[in-house]
Design a protein around this ligand. Structure first.
Ligand code: SF4
Ligand code: SF4
Length: 253
């Protein structure tokens, strides 16, 4: 049977971490609290070769090499709605929404031939996969590939920048290699988060001050929203620390 899919705009997937292209992260810096999210892809994974092209390769202390994706992301607790999600569950920035949202449910960090299981809605999601929904994927190929191709092209274009950032982090924060090794060894993998300020410093962006000025109040607001929940203590610590970093960066001459 051919996979069918239509979005019913239930808003259920508009919660938690949202990976962005670098272009989208910059364009939405006044809206999303941003961080860099690192994910290890082991050498036996289907998407390993693609991950080495979109991310970077890291040699671990045990001499194994893994691919590491570094995704600029809207950094939100899993159950927090996207700031652009309206009370009616529609996207408040529909005509301007990020590539990641446009390409859903496909995911250009995976090879195109390996997208079929993304068309099975996760528990609680209300995507229409009935016989009335349009066929969107046939013979391991995406039928309307405009958004997928655009997002993939942006990811390939930004890859050298992400590699520059990875080199910086691994040089100045060498303990991160050990964290990556732990993630590579853990059955469930894991994610590592680094700050936008480290990215802005490493890549010497000329718009660093403007981006920091946009981020400072968002980080402060998130620090406040996560202040009293013990389950969010680690995120709260990040938001509070990054708010100060962003304030300092925004005021730099
Ligand atoms: S930008 Fe719009 S579509 Fe994307 S996660 Fe937010 S509310 Fe959902
Ligand atoms: S969960 Fe499915 S139906 Fe709901 S907004 Fe996301 S893609 Fe659309």
């Amino acid at each position: 049977m051919e996979p069918r899919f239509a979005c019913t705009a239930c808003g259920k997937c508009c919660h938690g971490l949202l990976p962005l292209t670098l272009t989208d992260a910059v364009a939405h810096a006044v809206r999303f609290p941003l961080a860099l999210v690192w994910t290890v892809v082991r050498s036996n994974a289907k998407s390993y070769d693609l991950a080495t092209r979109l991310g970077t390769s890291v040699r671990l202390p045990n001499r194994k090499t893994v691919a590491v994706l570094i995704q600029p992301s809207a950094y939100l607790p899993n159950h927090f709605p996207c700031p652009a999600l309206q009370p009616d569950n529609l996207c408040g920035i529909h005509s301007d929404k990020p590539s990641r949202c446009r390409t859903m449910p496909f995911y250009p960090y995976r090879e195109e031939k390996d997208q079929a299981d993304l068309l099975v809605p996760r528990k609680g999601w209300e995507c229409d996969v009935s016989a009335e929904a349009p066929v969107v994927y046939r013979n391991h190929a995406i039928l309307d590939r405009t958004n997928f191709d655009r997002e993939r092209a942006e990811l390939l274009e930004q890859a050298p920048v992400m590699r520059t950032y990875a080199d910086y982090v691994l040089k100045y924060m060498p303990w991160i290699v050990n964290d990556l090794a732990k993630m590579a060894a853990a059955p469930a993998g894991g994610k590592l988060v680094t700050s936008l300020s480290s990215f802005l410093t490493a890549t010497r962006r000329t718009d660093a001050r403007e981006l920091a000025a946009a981020q400072a109040p968002l980080m402060q607001a998130m620090a406040e929203r996560t202040r009293t929940d013990p389950a969010l203590a680690d995120l709260h610590k990040n938001y509070a620390g990054w708010a100060k970093e962003m304030e300092r960066l925004a005021q730099r001459p």
